[in-house]
Design a protein around this ligand. Structure first.
Ligand code: ZN
Length: 106
């Protein structure tokens, strides 16, 4: 025999799970707040994604804009880094292999 209280408890649990699930969907997941620029295997600088700026490197130009970071210009032949687009989530990277430049969000 199922008690009424058990049913109410179960309904509450389901409701809370659904609510948590909805909240998780609404909150942007794993958005980073720092851009780490690595050049030739060494950390070149770390900058907040919240401040728009331009980082001139020897062969690349990195832009931080509206919370996103991307490679604006590069003198590498493949331009893969430019095509990697904008990043803002923790662990996302833009890599320019020919110039040994790595952008990573933390
Ligand atoms: Zn490149």
């Amino acid at each position: 025999m199922v008690k009424k209280a058990d049913v109410i408890m179960l309904i509450c649990l389901v409701f809370v799970s659904l609510l948590l699930f909805a909240v998780m969907l609404l909150i942007p997941k794993n958005s980073g707040d720092t851009l780490v620029v690595t050049v030739d295997g060494k950390e070149y600088c770390r900058l907040p994604l919240s401040v728009d700026t331009e980082i001139p490197l020897s062969g690349n130009t990195v832009i931080i804009e509206n919370g996103y970071a991307y490679m604006k210009n590069a003198n590498c032949p493949d331009k893969i880094c430019i095509n990697q687009g904008k990043i803002n989530k923790i662990g996302q990277t833009v890599v320019c292999l020919p110039n040994s430049v790595i952008l990573e969000v933390e």
